[in-house]
Design a protein around this ligand. Structure first.
Ligand SMILES: Nc1ncnc2c1ncn2[C@@H]1O[C@H](COP(=O)(O)OP(=O)(O)OP(=O)(O)O)[C@@H](O)[C@H]1O
Ligand SMILES: [Mg+2]
Length: 264
C-alpha cells in the first residue's frame, strides 16, 4: 500500500525505507522501483543527471508527492505521520527566509507557528541562539536576510531546519548557488553539525566532489525512467578534512562516479 507505515515496526531503526517506490506525474514515470534503507545517523548523498528525479526522491520522502505504488516509511511511520510529527526538515537551494524577520526570528519561526496553531511540536535541546552559534552566526542574530551573504542565509536556513530537532534532514542542493570557498567551508560545518547532533542527512548535489566529500554512501540515479543505478560506499574515515580531496583514494571515487554519470 502506498505510503503505509510499517506495521511490525522493523523500519523504525531506519530514518527512511523505500520498497519498490514508484512516482508518476500523469503518464510520466519520474521514479521507477526505488528500494533503499537509510540507517539512522547516516549521511548519504544523491547524484544524477538533471531531471533524473533527485528532488522528486526527497519530495517523496517528505510527503510532498505520493508514491503511485510501493512503500515509503520514515522512522517507521507513514510519510504523512512523520511530517506531522516533524520527524524531518527540508533545506532548499534558496534559503527561503522571511525578509522582514531577523536571523534569530527566522530560526524561531517554526516554534512560533507551532504555538500559534496550538500544536505540540518537538523542540531542539539547543535554543535558536545556540543553533545560530552552531552554524557559526554568533553575533549576527539581529541581522536581516538582506544584510547577510548567501552562505550566511543558507546557514540561517539550516539552523531553522534544526529547531524542531528533526531526526532526518533533507537537503536539496543547499550550497549549489555558493562560490567554491564558501561551499567548502559550509561542507565542513555541515559534517561537524552532523557529528554533533546525530541527525540523519540525505543530501542532493550536482557536484561529484561534494557528494564524495560528504557522503558515507553516494546514490547514483539514472534517467529514463528515473531509477537508482548504484549505491557507492565511500570508505573514507570521519572526521574528514578538506585535504582528503587531494588523496588518490578520493580521486578514485570521483573518477568512478564521473564515468558512471557519463555512461547514463
Ligand atoms: N510536479 C511535477 N509534474 C510533472 N512533472 C514533474 C513534476 N515534478 C517533477 N517532474 C518531472 O520529473 C522529472 C524529475 O524531476 P526532478 O525535479 O526530481 O529532477 P532533478 O533530478 O531534481 O533535476 P535537477 O538536477 O535539474 O534539479 C523531470 O522530468 C521533471 O520534469
Ligand atoms: Mg532538483
Amino acid at each position: 500500500m502506498a505510503g503505509a507505515a510499517d506495521p511490525a515496526g522493523t523500519a523504525r531503526d531506519y530514518a527512511a525505507v523505500l520498497r519498490n517506490a514508484v512516482v508518476r506525474f500523469g503518464s510520466f514515470t519520474a521514479l521507477q522501483d526505488i528500494s533503499l534503507e537509510l540507517e539512522q545517523g547516516a549521511f548519504w548523498t544523491i547524484l544524477g543527471p538533471s531531471g533524473c528525479g533527485k528532488s522528486t526522491m526527497l519530495r517523496l520522502v517528505s510527503d510532498l508527492v505520493p508514491a503511485a505504488s510501493g512503500e515509503v516509511s520514515v522512522l517507521g511511520k507513514s510519510t504523512e505521520e512523520a511530517r506531522l510529527a516533524r520527524e524531518f526538515a527540508f533545506v532548499f537551494q534558496d534559503a527561503t527566509l522571511l525578509p522582514w524577520r531577523t536571523a534569530l526570528k527566522n530560526v524561531e519561526l517554526p516554534l512560533e507557528i507551532g504555538r500559534r496553531r496550538n500544536i505540540k511540536i518537538p523542540v531542539s535541546d539547543r535554543s535558536p541562539r545556540e543553533l545560530l552559534k552552531l552554524v557559526g552566526l554568533q553575533g549576527r542574530e539581529d541581522a536581516l536576510p538582506r544584510e547577510l551573504s548567501g552562505g550566511m542565509r543558507q546557514r540561517v536556513a539550516i539552523a531553522r531546519a534544526l529547531v524542531c530537532q528533526p531526526k532526518l534532514l533533507l537537503m536539496d542542493e543547499p550550497f549549489g548557488a555558493l562560490d567554491e570557498m564558501t561551499r567548502d567551508h559550509l561542507n565542513l560545518q555541515l559534517l561537524q553539525i552532523w557529528a554533533e547532533t546525530g541527525v540523519t542527512i540525505l543530501f542532493v548535489t550536482h557536484s561529484i566532489p561534494e557528494a564524495v566529500f560528504l557522503g558515507q554512501k553516494v546514490l547514483m540515479l539514472g534517467t529514463n525512467p528515473g531509477r537508482l543505478r548504484e549505491i557507492v560506499d565511500i570508505d573514507i574515515p570521519s572526521p574528514r578534512a578538506i585535504k582528503v580531496r587531494d588523496t588518490q583514494e578520493f580521486t578514485k571515487y570521483t573518477a568512478y562516479l564521473r564515468r558512471l554519470l557519463e555512461a547514463d
